[in-house]
Unconditional design. Structure first.
Length: 74
């Protein structure tokens, strides 16, 4: 069964969205596991809504939600 890990990337505005990843992000925040990509996306949005990540950003940064697939045996 595959699970998905929610990752929130804080990216510099000067960084194109397709180039922002774990290695190039200003900061990386790991979120909860989810059973599907849809659940991962919802988890990412819920995390942003309940934390100071979104409103606390200055004009030089944006957020990107990434869902990493993790294969579990069994």
């Amino acid at each position: 069964m595959d699970m998905f890990t929610t990752i929130i990337l804080v990216c510099a505005t000067a960084m194109p969205q397709h180039d922002c990843n774990r290695d190039t992000a200003v900061d990386v925040v790991a979120g909860p596991a989810a059973p599907s990509p849809l659940g991962c996306g919802f988890s990412g949005q819920a995390m942003l809504a309940t934390t100071a990540l979104g409103p606390g950003l200055d004009g030089g940064r944006y957020l990107k939600v990434v869902c990493d697939r993790q294969h579990k045996e069994g």
